[in-house]
Design a protein around this ligand. Structure first.
Ligand SMILES: Cc1cc2nc3c(=O)[nH]c(=O)nc-3n(C[C@H](O)[C@H](O)[C@H](O)COP(=O)(O)OP(=O)(O)OC[C@H]3O[C@@H](n4cnc5c(N)ncnc54)[C@H](O)[C@@H]3O)c2cc1C
Length: 391
């Protein structure tokens, strides 16, 4: 007897990564259900709307994937902000390590996009009946023929494969028996948008402070979005606006002059996670459900969209060839393809987090030497940029 399936693939979690998987698979002719608990909060822009406080720096490789999905032109017509230069420094902005799009021979190093607009771009083209909000998946049970996806209200659906895109609080991943290496960083990210005395000129700035990295990401309206990962985040959150602007000006060594305005602040506790496996019988992990990295390199969504692109290609080819979508060999191939990139990025972000926190005398001089050495060696700098932008 042929088992009855409600869909080929059930995607649990409609953040940017799950939504990209759902859209990509739908476009390649698979029957998909995208299931999300409480969001995300896709939004259609209205005049006068302020920017989302959550923004992502998307790398060119991810933008190419969004182009392939057909969603980038509409996004690019809104208020995405390409940036062509990045300056990284520790002690003196005059000695900042410069990265430029020209060095990497790309038009831009990346683009800053708002989280809600990215979600809207990925959810809007999904055919009716694919996406469902307000549903919490509480149970997964795989057997030889399929996998049952159970909801909080007691109902269920049956799929050939489940893609888990449930983000960092990966409860279902735990239910599948997949352990993960995880740790909490002694930093919390404080995020807001700021107005500055001088224009950002399409440049992203990042300073490595002993208390944590501080990034300025250029927004399309001339402001910058800041991500200040700090061991002293509670104190930063408690400051009134004037004192916060002064603290931020001091911490940024006034690279963009005085901070003349700021929005409300929000915070995100930071941690690192890496699942020991990305696959289980009839289930596969993508995005933060598989790996969480420190935001200092702005690579979390980029890694997740890389997962989505790889998985969509493998599953679509398998479907076209009439092969089993959940074959362990196929799922393992996905895991092999993604693991190396993820481990590279975990090593870089975790290594930088640790290196800049060390109070050892002399280490700062070594780091300063490293900055100058990279700066003085264009081929090395070019290679670092090409890796960062994924070209
Ligand atoms: C301060 C900060 C700055 C960052 N900046 C950048 C950046 O510049 N560039 C970048 O690439 N990355 C950045 N990141 C990382 C980025 O935010 C994450 O990597 C990204 O949100 C992960 O996307 P996701 O789709 O995997 O998960 P999420 O966005 O967490 O989405 C998971 C979804 O699953 C749903 N869900 C969970 N459980 C269930 C369930 N049981 N049933 C149904 N639905 C469920 C949730 O409601 C949610 O909508 C940053 C992170 C932080 C903290």
């Amino acid at each position: 007897m042929t088992p009855a399936y409600d869909c080929d693939v059930a995607v649990v979690g409609g953040g940017p990564v799950g939504a990209a998987v759902a859209l990509g698979l739908t476009q390649r002719g698979l029957q998909v259900r995208l299931l999300d608990r409480d969001g995300p909060a896709p939004r259609v822009l209205a005049d006068g709307d302020d920017y989302d406080l959550r923004v992502y720096a998307l790398a060119p490789s991810c933008i190419a994937f969004l182009e392939q999905l057909g969603v980038w032109p509409a996004m690019a017509a809104t208020r995405v902000s390409p940036y062509t230069r990045m300056q990284v420094w520790e002690r003196d902005p005059a000695t900042a390590l410069p990265f430029s799009a020209a060095d990497a021979r790309v038009a831009a190093l990346g683009s800053i996009v708002e989280s809600g607009l990215l979600s809207e771009a990925l959810w809007a083209p999904l055919p009716a009946g694919v996406a469902q909000r307000g549903v919490t998946v509480t149970r997964l049970a795989a057997d030889d023929a399929g996998i049952d996806v159970g909801f909080a209200d007691g109902s269920a659906l049956r799929a050939r494969l489940v893609v888990l895109a449930e983000g960092r609080d990966a409860r279902l991943r735990e239910q599948l028996g997949i352990e993960s290496l995880s740790g909490r960083y002694e930093q919390t990210a404080v995020v807001c948008h700021v107005e500055t005395e001088r224009p950002h000129a399409g440049t992203a700035w990042q300073r490595f402070l002993a208390s944590g990295p501080l990034a300025f990401l250029p927004l399309a309206d001339g402001r910058s979005s800041i991500v200040w990962s700090s061991a002293g985040a509670d104190a930063l959150l408690a400051l009134d606006d004037d004192d916060f602007r002064r603290a931020l000006g001091d911490a940024s060594e006034y690279v963009l002059g005085e901070i003349t305005g700021c929005t409300r602040r929000v915070s995100f506790p930071l941690g690192v996670q890496h699942a020991e496996r990305y696959v289980a019988p009839r289930a596969v992990l993508v995005g933060d459900a598989a790996h969480v990295v420190h935001p200092l390199a702005g690579q979390g969504v980029n890694l997740g969209l890389g997962d989505a692109q790889a998985l969509v290609a493998l599953l679509a080819d398998a479907q076209a060839a009439g092969r089993d979508l959940a074959s362990p060999r196929l799922l393992k191939r996905y895991e092999r393809q993604r693991r190396a990139d993820v481990i590279d990025m975990l090593a870089v972000t975790d290594g930088l987090y640790r290196a800049f926190r060390m109070p050892w005398p002399g280490l700062s001089a070594v780091r300063g030497f490293g900055f100058q050495a990279v700066s003085a060696m264009p081929p090395l700098r070019r290679e670092l940029i090409r890796r960062a932008v994924g070209v």
